[in-house]
Ligand binder design. Structure first.
Ligand code: ADP
Length: 428
């Protein structure tokens, strides 16, 4: 500012001096005759006048541009202040609970909705570590959160639970994004959406499905048993047409039975009531028994199921029911989605203290664009819906849940009209 002021003074002084000199010269020259000797003086006066005029003009334009710059700077500052205030107010008053944390996850501030969520007063949450506050079903999964934040990876809509100051647990969708503040320091912003109500509704639905499926099992079993009796005791009295109708009834009863079993499995996984029961199984015998169960369907369509077992494959400690669910569903799909005369290959090997099971088929495959949905509930690929109408879309969801319960992984490689390979790895 001072520098600008002194520049202004110099300009004013020079302009004033030159103007005075010019006026002096003109006045002097007026009292004299215009003679040849005085022409020099007139010219000098004119030149000095021009210089004075240019100086004043330049000074004015400098002053105008400086003023404009000052106004622009002050306007920009006002705008920054206004948007900063707006953002601060939005953060404070937002209906979504937000928290700001430092690079260690220590809470620096909580907005009003956050205070309401935790049922605390201002200042109570500050200084606590967010990773010690949140909890979930899976401790290993929770432990990954701070690791992700350390590596600047975002956490999106993860289901966690928090305990309010009054001891009540709430389920929230937890998201955490890291950013740098004006000083370049790492910080994190957390959004929490309360989903306790939805969880309660989901729980009630799962309980209902579980109850309904349980109740349906007995009448379905009774109907199947009676149909079997009818055929066994009266086969010679039944006409060909009657036998055809009875076999249709039998087929549909089996479909209903599978559906009810799937509903029951899904609701058990969702309610978290499946209690694993690990027993040592003979891998080869168990797989052979599962293959036997699907041999009928495969034979009908002339599909060969080849088996290959790694050398020295030993007994394996696992939950038999879950193991059968995994292999049974994958094998049934491989047969179901293969063309007549197709080939299915099942391989089981032990490596690095894990059991690896691979099921390869040469069937209809899964379109690439739909593969990301593969393990979600009731998903059926577009080609499967048109080519194989019979299906619930629950099988792979159940397989994925069962693999997770056993601490394993599942992977799928598939190409439409070429075939599909599922690989399951179960830790020992
Ligand atoms: P579904 O009762 O429809 O077979 P699943 O949950 O077992 O339900 O499978 C989901 C979908 O994944 C199937 O509808 C099908 O589109 C696709 N799929 C699963 N396994 C295979 C396979 N071996 N070959 C081709 N598509 C498959």
């Amino acid at each position: 500012m001072k520098q600008k002021q002194s520049t202004q003074n110099i300009f004013l002084f020079t302009a004033g001096f030159l103007t005075m000199a010019m006026i002096g010269l003109i006045t002097t020259s007026r009292s004299l005759d215009i003679t040849a000797e005085n022409i020099q003086n007139y010219l000098l006066g004119a030149v000095l006048f021009c210089i004075a005029l240019v100086t004043v003009t330049v000074f004015q334009s400098f002053r105008i541009s400086e003023d404009a710059q000052l106004i622009a700077e002050s306007l920009a500052k006002d705008m920054v202040d206004a948007s900063h205030n707006l953002f601060t107010e939005l953060y404070r008053a937002s209906p979504v609970p937000y928290l700001l944390v430092d690079k260690e996850g220590t809470i620096a501030s909580v907005n009003r909705a956050g205070l309401r969520l935790f049922q605390v007063n201002e200042g109570v949450m500050e200084g606590k570590n967010i990773f010690e506050i949140i909890d979930g079903d899976d401790a290993d999964h929770m432990a990954l959160f701070s690791g992700k934040f350390d590596q600047d990876l975002s956490i999106n809509d993860e289901e966690v639970n928090i305990t309010r100051a009054d001891g009540v647990k709430r389920w929230v969708l937890f998201s955490l994004f890291s950013f740098r503040d004006e000083a370049g320091k790492k910080r994190g912003v957390i959004a929490m959406v309360d989903i306790t109500r939805q969880k309660e509704i989901d729980q009630a639905k799962s309980e209902f499905v579980s109850l309904a499926s349980h109740q349906l099992r007995t009448p379905i079993a009774a109907m199947k048993w009676n149909v079997e009796l009818l055929v066994a005791k009266n086969s010679e009295h039944l006409s060909e047409n009657q036998l055809k109708y009875i076999s249709k009834v039998e087929r549909n009863l089996n479909r209903m039975d599978t559906l009810v079993q799937d509903f029951l499995s899904v609701s058990k996984f969702e309610l978290g009531t499946y209690a694993t029961d690990h027993k040592r199984i003979n891998v080869v015998n168990t797989i052979e028994m599962i293959v036997e169960e699907h041999a009928g369907a495969a034979e009908l369509r002339k599909i060969v199921i080849k088996r290959e077992y790694g050398e020295g494959i030993r007994g394996f400690l696992t939950d038999t029911h879950l193991f059968r669910m995994i292999v049974g569903n994958l094998l049934s799909n491989a047969v179901k989605y293969s063309p007549d005369n197709g080939k299915v290959q099942l391989r089981a090997v032990e490596a690095n203290d894990a059991l690896s099971i691979t099921i390869v088929d040469t069937g209809i495959g899964i379109p690439k664009s739909e593969q990301n949905m593969l393990f979600t509930k009731v998903f059926r690929a577009s080609n499967a819906r048109t080519e194989v109408p019979d299906g619930t879309g629950l099988g792979l969801y159940i397989v994925d849940q069962a693999v997770q319960l056993l601490g394993g992984t599942i992977n799928c490689v598939s190409e439409q009209n070429v075939g599909t390979t599922f690989t399951v790895i179960l830790p020992r």
